[in-house]
Ligand binder design. Sequence first.
Ligand code: 13P
Ligand code: SF4
Length: 332
Amino acid sequence: MTGIDYKAEIQRLKKKLKVTVAAHYYQRDEVFEAADITGDSLELARKCKADSNPWVVFCGVGFMGQSVKIIAPQKRVLMPKIACCAMARMIDISYFDDSVKYMTDRGVAKEDILPITYINSDASVKAKVGEMGGMVCTSSNAFKIIEKGLASGKKILFVPDRCLGQNFAIQMGLKSCVIGEGECDPKEADIICFNGFCSVHQLFTVEDVEFYRKRYPGIKIAVHPECDPKVVLAADFSGSTSQLIRYVDSLAPEQKVAVGTEYNLVNRMRKKNTYVLSSTKPECPTMNETTLEDLYKTLKSIEDDAPINEVTVDPHIAKYANLALERMLAVE
Ligand code: 13P
Ligand code: SF4
């Protein structure tokens, strides 16, 4: 025991310093409760950019803090844990280049490819996308971003989440395929997906949906679009974390609902009649790394004039990644 009352100290430091604490919904409850700004990935990026404090302490995974640093470079962004989203790690710039080559080798000219990267990717991948005239998207705006991309008349290369790419293709009545999975002819498809995925959201299965429907007739099923397309098709609703919260809030209190997304968020939703759509606890290991002690230490480092875990981005990468992020933010 250190004897430090972390909650009280965090409040004291937040009052004293010009700092905003941001937290994603998947953070541990005690960390989430200490935040000034919360939201899904898009809301967090927008709110942090609009915030007037010079310091942001971001509780989430690496790409989130990195994105804030890129769109608001004047800010000092610290992360109590620079934990990396496992899906974001599935693609780097060489895999991105290989995906472009896959398409050009099969007869699609590079100028006819419009890349879209899910925000769950490293800044270096976003920069590649930005350089090629592409955009970033999140789970809450993917429909609009893909729609805008298609208006260019080009083929969409969607990285890294194959599920998100396929789910929106289905929703929009488009043809998609996944590089490395069966026949994937980029000339035949509208959206060509990289073969990445979120292991947490792969835990939810069609069998889970069937189990809950059988056990509680009339139950609603709500899932994140990082789930497998078969699961999304079997569900009543799919949406970003904020959209899932609004959907569950809109239901009558007696309406049962099973939710397919990270445990900390589902557990925080209304306690009665809400179920986790899995028999396995769907925890995101990296989101769960940040503790109240880490948050305290990070805030204290600002008070001590020795900031820790500061997010920095190479200026060349930041320039092009910002293009891709700003193109997304320009879409309402
Ligand atoms: P949201 O943008 O919906 O909050 O999703 C972030 C994420 O990482 C989901 O796994
Ligand atoms: Fe990444 Fe999945 Fe964790 Fe979301 S839940 S941060 S996509 S590993």
